[in-house]
Design a protein. Structure first.
Length: 96
């Protein structure tokens, strides 16, 4: 039986950065880096599960679940990157 997916928890509010201004970009950069690291870790987990299933040491079901999760996270990351590029392009095309 497949375990139910736990509900998503809201992100905690960011801690106030010391000093005035400039801290926001570092926080954003760190958030993006952490998100990409999570995607990479999910892909590594899926790859390991697939190798174990192919060797007969793991569950094919778990390998499929891990692969699907990695695929969805990758698709979401690409979609967010596309939206970011589109927003940047829109800003650059603004007439002042």
């Amino acid at each position: 039986m497949i375990a139910p997916i736990p509900p998503m928890q809201p992100m905690p509010p960011p801690a106030p950065s010391p000093g005035a201004g400039g801290g926001g970009s570092a926080d954003f950069s760190q958030s993006v880096t952490n998100a990409l690291n999570e995607v990479q870790q999910t892909q590594n987990t899926a790859s390991t599960a697939e190798a174990q299933a192919a060797a007969g040491q793991g569950s094919v079901t778990n390998a499929l679940i891990d692969a699907t999760e990695a695929s969805l996270e990758t698709q979401m990351t690409v979609a967010l990157a596309d939206k970011g590029v589109a927003a940047f392009t829109d800003i650059m095309n603004m007439q002042f």
